[in-house]
Design a protein around this ligand. Sequence first.
Ligand code: PBG
Length: 324
Amino acid sequence: MDRTRRLRANASLRSMIRENHIRKEELIYPVFAVEGKGLCNPVDSMPGICQYSIDRLPEELDRVLEAGVSAILLFGVPEHKDEIGSGAYDEHGIVQKAIRFIKSDERYRHLIVIADVCLCEYTSHGHCGLVKDGIILNDETLPLLARTAVSYAGAGADVIAPSDMMDKRVEAIRTALDENGFTQIPIMAYSAKFASAFYGPFRDAAHSAPGFGDRKTYQMDPANGREAMREVEQDILEGADIIIAKPAIGYMDIIRDIDRTFNIPIAAYNVSGEYAMVKAAAANGWIDEKKIVMEIMTGLKRAGAKMIITYHALDVARWIKEEK
Ligand code: PBG
């Protein structure tokens, strides 16, 4: 008789049978760099997360190293914003300076620095592209994204991660990187990125909420799974090396479909709102934070994620270590 309980009888058996594992090498931790000095500005809606000025970045980077996490996803919070998001491609922009700092320091230079490329943190209107008459322009935005990517690569970024959702931006960025000698810098494309309410806390962290309207004309409709496959297919054809699916928890079918359809590594982005919900419930004593987080991570791996971008990364890495 088939009895599935036989293989669950004790911890050793369960461990031998286990199909999916979380490895600290597959965790990516988002980091926010802010202009200024002496700053560690806590983000209220994301307990444990701060914006760090470059002089205080080492505190956060030391925690990353101590936890054994090897990759960070870098975001910048500039001092000034303008209509054309010039802070994104300014050679002395906040992200450029943060990357140069990390890459010039013996302790941190081996970290994988993934630079998020978008204009929304740098535009006065908060949109991810140029705006004219209330319309978010696509083709006019591409050269600015490409310029930003080249500038980050020049500063020393290891991976370029466009999150804007303009059509053809992967191609524009790949071409520009290649023309500037960065043929070996991979593109990690936010391909299946949905117009989601789960990004709310991030917009506090990055000061990037749109000043008018929403992002529905460029980010995807949460109802559309088949369309996500078109986005992924286009980005692969344009030269993406890794695909990001975002958000993660409510979108595990998307991760699964990408994994079954394409032969490319997938990163699941466990976003700010997902993090905030877990933290809030845990702070109230309503859930067991460690068990819930590990279960979410395992679920994402089971769905087909190779890497996981998560604000829980340092905790997860520590918990894995404790168990060994
Ligand atoms: C920038 C960007 C966003 C996130 C990552 N890159 C915000 C947005 O698209 O509004 C969200 C990350 C998170 O919620 O954790 N475009």
